[in-house]
Design a protein around this ligand. Structure first.
Ligand code: DOR
Ligand code: ZN
Length: 421
């Protein structure tokens, strides 16, 4: 193992100092054998942690693999990602979650933590083997049918009860299916103008309201995926004020983009939940600052060209996120480094109970970190992304900030802005 001496780097925006990494940890002083990295002008953050990533393996390796998604994550400043269960086969058994976990270890670019499905085949009929996934080598703690809502209240209650035994979490994709049948975009002025079937805000808010009551009743932990409306923020605010054990995430795209983009009929802007209004965006930003929304999670959703570059109605929902997330959050929050570290690293690691990530970069801490150049600007070119897919909504946009290096347990996964393997 080599050591690294990062000279003159600003840790979380503090005055520049040296940061020394050796044997996987931050240590107090160099011993002269380290490789030197020029940290001037750079900000060190704890490695980012994404609670919501679609890696598509097994099943859609043409869209992404654990390895390509891990590389995209490292280039985005991440050291850990949680891989969603809507693969093919679905990650609803110990065997599949162990396979994803092992592929992540083999790629060795970020810690890949599988999320297990709540129900068999994501079909919403019967609980999956939650206990077997929890006790497997993958040590699953978060369960989600993401892509689908666990709509049956009795199943949702049972799932919350089951995971309580091992302090697990149910991460809900909040979408009342009967209210979103045939939905193509946010229900509002723009959908009316375009004549597209709408996905009303209340379809999300109704499920969150139900689920916080269920979580409160059971005394269990609920996590709400990709919150997208101002009304959802109010439901969460009230639930948290009552002490319900609920946490929530928002995606970078819901913090920036609005439903007006659907007027282009460019399916790159089709996503689930859909892009909402400017008023929703403003409420989500405020909630993230207030802490009503706990974390930013990417919902990185790679799709093959044939599933995305087609007519709007036939296109799959979802957009890439890993390689642009920090830039978007930087453009939304500004250089509030402690807040960014909290919402993108510390709090997601704490929610997931993930040891070794989201720690302070103090002496003795595991050396999971990323170096950002906040003054850099880049124009997003999908051809330059490490993801196997190209469906970024930011093509041609100039974004602030660039990830210069990422270290996983003291070893670089990214150096000089390039993946090391
Ligand atoms: O836009 C989305 N894409 N939302 C989801 O819930 C699932 C995801 C996917 O898997 O592509
Ligand atoms: Zn989802």
């Amino acid at each position: 193992m080599t050591g690294f001496l990062i000279q003159g780097v600003s840790v979380l925006g503090a005055a520049p100092s040296d940061l020394v990494l050796r044997d996987g940890f931050v240590v107090s002083a160099p011993d002269g054998t380290e490789d030197v990295v020029d940290g001037s002008g750079l900000v060190a953050l704890p490695g980012l942690v994404d609670l919501h990533t679609h890696l598509r393996e097994p099943g859609r390796e043409d869209a992404e693999t654990v390895e390509t998604g891990s590389r995209a994550a490292a280039l985005g400043g991440y050291t850990a990602v949680f891989a969603m269960a809507n693969t093919s086969p679905v990650a609803d058994t110990a065997g599949v979650v162990e396979q994803v976990w092992r592929l992540g270890r083999e790629a060795g670019l970020v810690d890949v933590q599988p999320i297990g499905a709540v129900t068999v085949g994501l079909a919403g009929k019967q609980l999956a083997e939650l206990g077997a996934m929890a006790t497997s080598a993958a040590g699953v703690r978060i369960f989600s049918d993401d892509g689908f809502c666990v709509a049956d209240p009795r199943l949702m209650r049972r799932a919350l009860e089951y995971v309580k035994a091992f302090d697990g979490i149910i991460a809900q994709h909040a979408e009342e299916p009967r209210l979103t049948e045939g939905a193509q975009m946010h229900e509002g002025e723009v959908s009316t103008r375009l004549g597209l079937t709408g996905w009303p805000a209340v379809a999300e808010e109704a499920i969150i309201a139900r689920d916080v009551l269920l979580a409160e009743h059971v005394g269990s932990r609920l996590h709400v995926c990709h919150v997208s409306t101002a009304g959802s923020v109010e439901v969460l605010r009230q639930a948290k004020a009552r002490g319900v054990r609920v946490t929530a995430e928002v995606t970078p795209h819901h913090l920036l983009l609005t439903d007006e983009l659907a007027a282009s009929y460019d399916p790159v802007f089709k996503v689930n939940p859909p892009l909402r209004t400017a008023a929703d965006v403003a409420a989500l930003r405020q909630a993230l600052v207030d802490g009503v929304i706990d974390v930013v999670a990417t919902d990185h959703a790679p799709h093959a060209v044939e599933d995305k570059e087609c007519e709007w109605a036939y296109a799959r929902p979802g957009m890439l996120g890993l390689e642009t997330a920090l830039s978007i959050v930087l453009s939304v929050l500004g250089e509030r480094w402690d807040l960014i570290a909290d919402r993108m690293s510390r709090t997601p690691a704490r929610i997931a109970g993930l040891d070794g990530h989201g720690t302070d970069l103090a002496v003795g801490s595991p050396a999971n970190l990323t170096l950002v150049d906040p003054s850099a600007r880049r124009v997003v070119d999908p051809a330059e992304l490490a993801s196997r897919s190209r469906n970024t909504p930011y093509t041609g946009t100039t974004l602030p900030g660039r990830i210069v290096a990422t270290f996983l347990r003291g070893e670089p996964t990214v150096l000089d802005g390039k993946a090391v393997k």
